[in-house]
Design a protein around this ligand. Structure first.
Ligand code: NAD
Length: 420
């Protein structure tokens, strides 16, 4: 689907543009073009059949100017160093745009996690956590879930770290199961945040949920939860997809039934979901649907020079990290389509991760209502700041978000006397 694509190079181009708009000199932000630390590890694992396989893993710590490094762990066969570097940099920008005291990091293992048994997944995670042990910790670098990782994986990671340290350390990861230090509201947080942002954009444009059709690419933690909340708010979700392809229903999909179907069994896919009048579509067709809102919630590099010209949506809300290439973005802009950038739109997850970490550091737990209220306050403020920055400078929301974030990172670095 993609343009010739290098996620890290794309991030650098956007950074340069934001810096030019802010009037920054190259010296002010050159450090952000080079991650602080890049670790590559080899992860040997005994498979269920008795053989040993070695998997490639990474952890990249991009910028620590504003606080400990923070970012998810991804298990996917496309993982490579450039992807992880870009994802780490986007985390630095995301934390800055919502103004929480973190830097950015990301980790990943190149593996098709859907082919691993649960036992293999646990052994892989424990060995990866052991290899990362010297460079992570509650005040150093705090991982979280991403594609093909979840609360259970975070629990294994936390247990391995705690065993090596000889001390229970829940604050080393976020997105854990609630009984071992996870936060109420964390598993839903990214989808809840996306729903709030979608409603804020509609408010600005004077549109209502009831007259709004939505297509969502990806039905995992983020896509599935976003679909659930938008459906509850009265939006009509007419198309949804996952790695196995997409489904379409003119009168709107029964989202609660679909989510129950997918979650009933590990590895369940949309290709096996049946309902009368359902139309099967490809992932590419999903992007072209006649809807008001398109939500890419799967992988990078989906809205490209090839797919963007066919997008009919008025608004793209980026749930995935990096779903739109620079060339794709340009076409959206030319066609008057508003793109709400990933570093703002999907930040609900890292915001509640921050709340989880605060609770862990204080050995205390918050009521879910407090988590949700604080998430809504923080995210609404960030949304308005991005909207106003973009309006003031006459730029896209993406540039508004990048300018806000870059300015905050550079200011912190200068105040610390760091050379960036
Ligand atoms: P997930 O593993 O729970 O779900 C991924 C979904 O994408 C699945 O439905 C999968 O089938 C689908 N998918 C995979 N390959 C696909 C393809 N080629 N075409 C279409 N669909 C495909 O992962 P997630 O946590 O929901 O993450 C999705 C995106 O959101 C990623 O870009 C991730 O970085 C981003 N994100 C996640 C969080 C979080 O809290 N989990 C927070 C912010 C951003």
């Amino acid at each position: 689907m993609g343009d010739k694509y290098n996620a890290f190079q794309e991030m650098l181009q956007l950074l340069d543009r934001a810096a030019a708009l802010l009037g920054l000199k190259q010296d002010d932000y050159i450090t952000l073009k080079y991650p602080d630390r890049e670790l590559k590890v080899s992860i040997p694992m005994k498979m269920d059949d008795g053989s040993v396989q070695v998997f490639e893993g990474y952890r990249v710590q991009h910028s620590g100017a504003r606080g400990p490094y923070k970012g998810g762990i991804r298990y996917h066969e496309n993982v490579d160093l450039d992807e992880i570097k870009a994802l780490a940099a986007w985390m630095s920008l995301k934390s800055a745009v919502v103004n929480i005291p973190y830097g950015g990091a990301k980790g990943g293992v190149k593996v098709d996690a859907t082919k691993l048994s649960k036992g293999e997944l646990e052994r892989l995670t424990r060995r990866y956590a052991t290899l990362l042990y010297p460079i992570v910790g509650p005040h150093i670098d705090i991982p979280a879930p991403d594609i093909n990782t979840n609360a259970e994986v975070m629990g294994w990671f936390m247990d391995t770290f705690s065993t090596l340290r000889g001390q229970l350390t829940p604050g080393v990861v976020t997105g854990k199961p609630v009984p071992i230090g996870g936060s109420l509201g964390r598993s839903d947080a990214t989808g809840r945040g996306l729903t709030l942002i979608t409603k804020e954009v509609l408010k600005k444009l004077g549109l209502s949920a009831e007259s709004t059709r939505v297509a969502i690419q990806g039905a995992g933690n983020v896509g599935g939860t976003t679909a659930k909340f938008l459906h509850e708010e009265g939006f009509k979700i007419i198309a949804l997809s996952d790695v196995s392809g997409g489904i379409f229903l003119e009168e709107g999909l029964d989202i609660p039934e679909i989510i129950d179907f997918l979650r009933a069994q590990r590895g369940r896919l949309l290709k096996d979901y049946q309902t009368p009048k359902l139309v099967r579509i490809s992932n590419e067709e999903l992007l072209r649907q006649n809807v008001e809102i398109l939500i890419p919630a799967a992988l990078e590099n989906q809205i490209t020079s090839k797919t963007a010209p066919h997008i009919q949506a008025k608004i793209v809300v980026e749930a995935a990290n990096g779903p739109t290439t620079i060339r794709g973005d340009l076409i959206l802009e030319e066609n008057g389509i508003i793109a709400v950038p990933d570093i703002l739109a999907n930040s609900g997850g890292v915001i509640v991760s921050y709340f989880e970490w605060l609770q862990n550091l204080q050995s205390f737990s918050w009521e879910e209502e407090k988590v949700i209220t604080r998430l809504e306050n923080l995210l609404t403020k960030a949304f308005n700041e991005v909207w106003e920055t973009a309006a003031e400078k006459g730029t896209s929301l993406r540039m508004g978000a990048y300018m806000l974030a870059l300015d905050r990172i550079v200011t912190s670095a200068k105040m610390r006397g760091m050379s960036c």
